[in-house]
Ligand binder design. Sequence first.
Ligand code: TRP
Length: 361
Amino acid sequence: MGKIILTGDRPTGKLHIGHYVGSLRRRVELQNSGEYDKVFIMIADAQALTDNADNPEKVRQNVIEVALDYLACGLDPEKSTLLIQSQIPQLCELTFYYMNLVTVSRLQRNPTVKAEIQMRNFEASIPVGFFCYPISQAADITAFKATTVPVGEDQMPMLEQTKEIVHKFNSVYGDTLVDPKILLPEEEACLRLPGTDGKAKMSKSLGNCIYLSEEPDEIKKKVMSMYTDPDHIRVQDPGKIEGNTVFTYLDAFCRPEHFERYLPEYANLEELKAHYRRGGLGDVKVKRFLNEVLQETLEPIRTRRKEFQKDIPYVYEVLKKGSEAAREVAEQTLQEVRNAMKINYFDDLDLIREQSEKYKG
Ligand code: TRP
């Protein structure tokens, strides 16, 4: 059996550089590695609706934004299937059957769900659909027989939940579903890129994101006002690297050749860090360097995005074709699930024969 990737994002906003280092960059590499038989990239609009039920317009608008970000980063419709979750009704049916294999208390213990319930003040009244989204995510993953799920660290509990469902399904109904593996970013800094203000997570509401589509002067402004080491007041003071957002971003983005181009007096990031720790290196210099690195990284993405923006009907066509192809794959899995669960009444000739025999007397 081949290797298959499935991953995706909720369309609740444009994608930012946290998405990029956390998963997008890797996806493009995996897509181009030739090691995978199929790559499915899902825009999870149905999942986005589980906590935006009253704001369908926001989800609708952001489907195309996310698709543009995907194409801009180099996801290639010739190599990857780009699909919209809600266009694959088979996923709902799978979710409905998997619901029988998961307990309420297990869902309540899911750390991501727990955190999200708190964040959204859902404590008193949790929408059932939202509560069950980990089960629907298991349907996403298993419908495409994904072997590999490249995601950020925050998705780990979802993968664990999926694996439990797979094991339970296979032990109750016989070997049917594929047990997926999570693929986390290799670099520590990429696991969870902090916001430009040093807060744990980039979020639109905090205004601490740098978007993939951001214009150069905006990028520069955000970098120059980034959180560093609050105790590093004068240039000659020793500075801290840990928790210093500028260095965390450099860990995530900079490569040795960036030093050759923009800061040749240092050979690599280790030297730069050592100087900062010793004292004598000012924040502005490090920020200017980070700005160069980010500008170089984001320029081709922004340019490609603008090209695709000129042909929006093409982008919808890509999503439509991808969704159609995805539906066929999901339908195949659904048939296997129905067979395993013995709800394939009309094409099970043995069943019909058995029942006939029973009543022949
Ligand atoms: N939960 C993911 C997010 O919040 C999106 C998602 C939906 C997903 N279905 C998936 C990711 C399946 C990986 C696999 O971004």
